[in-house]
Write a protein of this length. Structure first.
Length: 251
């Protein structure tokens, strides 16, 4: 009863441009890009031909990776809103497609039994009011009917990474995470964006130290660092995340 009233008082805005539409307006929809095959089997990076692994594959501690969207245009702005703008509802808009991406691609390896996330440092979580990766993980776990468990503790609060080179990043991240408790054998690690996978790999390492044998990475978006294949743009009228897999293979 409350939701329609709240919507009337505070109409929800397009996550891409702020127009009155939710989650994305008709102008933003065609600019949303989704990874599709042919791709790298291991990390889901769209390519011209299918390959078993690629140059942009995340580090070895991650068994496989999948992303719901490509980090472009409206999706980029939606994730910036989730991360820095306090727009927590963006997680509700983006997470259904994360579960669908997992189901549709039939990732290699064993069926995951729990979902966890790349934890934010305490200070930043306090400043933001929530941990965006945790919010995404909880929603994805709900859709997949898996438990969402805090398995990783952040011991070192690393400074923002934007201005660091790869070597500095690796150095700053070393020892930043440790297992928070014993991990089950197969775990899905959730984060907002996959770029190089350096941070996620450190988390995967902590999970493996905690007993996990296989860690798969599921993110809302994938940053390609290169041109996006034209086929990845969704057709107008297709609401991303509107098709949620039911009775999927993970059960
Ligand atoms: Zn829009
Ligand atoms: Zn790859």
């Amino acid at each position: 009863m409350l939701a329609p009233l709240l919507d009337a008082l505070f109409p929800r805005r397009c996550l891409g441009c702020g127009r009155r539409a939710w989650p994305f307006c008709d102008a933003c929809l065609p600019a949303i890009a989704v990874p599709s095959s042919p791709w790298c089997e291991r990390c889901g990076r769209p390519l011209e031909v299918p390959v078993a692994r690629c140059r942009d594959c995340p580090p070895e501690d991650i068994a496989w990776a999948r992303s719901a969207y490509l980090y472009e245009g409206p999706i980029r702005r939606a994730l910036m809103g989730l991360k820095f703008g306090g727009i927590r509802s963006a997680a509700a808009a983006l997470s259904p497609a994360m579960a669908t991406a997992l189901d549709a691609s039939r990732v290699p390896g064993r069926p995951p039994v729990a979902v966890t996330w790349v934890p934010l440092g305490k200070r930043r979580k306090r400043a933001r009011g929530y941990d965006q990766a945790q919010v995404l993980a909880e929603r994805v776990a709900g859709t997949l009917d898996l438990p969402c468990v805090r398995l990783i503790a952040r011991v070192v609060e690393t400074p923002p990474q934007a201005r660091r080179n790869a070597l500095d990043r690796a150095r700053a991240l070393r020892g930043a995470f440790r297992p928070a408790r014993t991990a089950p054998a197969a775990v899905i690690l959730v984060d907002d964006v996959l770029t190089t996978g350096a941070t996620a790999a450190q988390c995967a390492r902590a999970l493996r130290a905690g007993g996990a044998e296989e860690v798969g990475l599921l993110t809302a978006a994938r940053s390609l660092g290169g041109p996006v294949p034209a086929r990845c743009y969704t057709s107008p009228g297709l609401q991303p995340g509107s098709v949620v897999a039911r009775g999927n293979h993970l059960r």
